[in-house]
Design a protein around this ligand. Structure first.
Ligand SMILES: [Zn+2]
Ligand SMILES: [Zn+2]
Length: 342
């Protein structure tokens, strides 16, 4: 006989389950462009923040931008059905941006409503990454088709399809995807020595959002972000990161200390991201790819430094699960999808 506590837990979950599995946070969003942050962290282990990943929601379609490790789990915790994913766009091929690709594709493949293979858009190099994942998951696809039957798990749509686009020239933003009124443009950013790396601008129903990818302050980004409703920009704190690097070196971890110190030269700081937003005339700024982790609330001020003084609009440090809604009628609403289902 199960304990009283177990029987209560079972009764509670039985009652909640139909609501949980039927939840669709996208259904009530209304007309407009919506951007959700799945992972607001970096490759550094962080209790609060996952590896980089964002969602752009336009109409009933979901587009995934980068897929760091753990992306599909967090998308699920946000209550978003992987079957709604239309396609995926990669900014570049650093491991923290592609580590969750296989799992996002798997969840989409086995979800209700998927009828096409997932397209993965990206600059040159995307073919190699997609081919590698497809090969690594080939045996798994075979197991699942064999176990569940082709009627439920269609082998024809299990592998991803790469969609390579050329790197846009200096000062250019090129349309890489147009779908039901959504226009996605790519522009090159500066994450050197790593390249190619592109940021994306999304325009839909008169609203727009820009995702910077990994970059230092970049003129191309300022130009492509002109008058955008929302700029999502990477940002690190030199001061905090160098402090961590120094502590690692003093503890005898010279390799880790050197790698951490190197990271400071290819990401923007919060004040420089604020400069980009101000110069572009962006209406709001959310900082993501937060480095290093900020375990204490008080460290947020150090991370931001004088960024709030440099940008006139609202500025936030993004959290996993954040939803930034840009209704067609105007304005910006910010909420968080994690833990919302009850
Ligand atoms: Zn990177
Ligand atoms: Zn990164």
């Amino acid at each position: 006989m199960a304990s009283l506590r177990s029987r209560i837990a079972l009764a509670l979950i039985k009652k909640q389950l139909p609501k949980i599995v039927a939840a669709d946070p996208i259904a009530g969003l209304g007309d407009g462009l919506h951007v959700a942050i799945v992972g607001s962290g970096s490759p550094l282990p962080d209790e609060k923040r996952g590896n980089p990943c964002a969602l752009v929601i336009a109409g009933s379609k979901v587009y995934v931008i980068d897929a760091g490790e753990g992306a599909s789990e967090t998308i699920n915790r946000m209550g978003i059905d992987a079957g709604l994913i239309e396609s995926l766009l990669l900014t570049h091929f650093h491991s923290d941006h592609i580590g969750g690709l296989g799992s996002v594709n798997l969840q989409r493949w086995v979800a209700e409503g998927s009828s096409t293979p997932m397209k993965v858009f990206g600059p040159p190099g995307v073919g190699k990454v997609v081919a590698g994942y497809n090969e690594a998951y080939e045996l798994d696809r075979g197991y699942r088709v064999g176990h569940h039957d082709e009627e439920y798990v269609d082998p024809a749509i299990g592998a991803m399809v790469p969609e390579e686009f050329p790197v846009p020239g200096e000062g250019e933003a090129n349309v890489v995807l147009e779908d039901d009124g959504l226009v996605v443009s790519a522009f090159e950013v500066d994450h050197s020595p790593v390249g190619p790396v592109v940021g994306f601008r999304f325009d839909y129903m008169g609203r727009s959002a820009v995702i910077s990818a990994d970059t230092v302050y970049c003129e191309n980004l300022v130009k492509a972000s002109k008058d955008t409703d929302l700029l999502i920009h990477d940002a690190l704190s030199d001061e905090l990161l160098l402090m961590v690097a120094d502590a690692q070196k003093k503890a005898g971890h010279g390799k880790r200390g050197k790698i951490l110190a190197d990271v400071t030269d290819y990401h923007a700081t919060a004040p420089r991201a604020a400069d980009a937003a101000q110069e572009a005339g962006a209406r709001a700024l959310a900082l993501t790819h937060v480095v290093p982790p900020l375990p204490l609330k008080g460290l947020e001020e150090i991370y931001l430094a004088d960024a709030p003084k440099r940008f006139d609009g609202p500025l936030w440090i993004a959290s996993d699960g954040d939803l930034y809604s840009l209704p067609a009628s105007g304005g910006l609403k910010r909420s968080n999808l994690i833990g919302r289902r009850r």
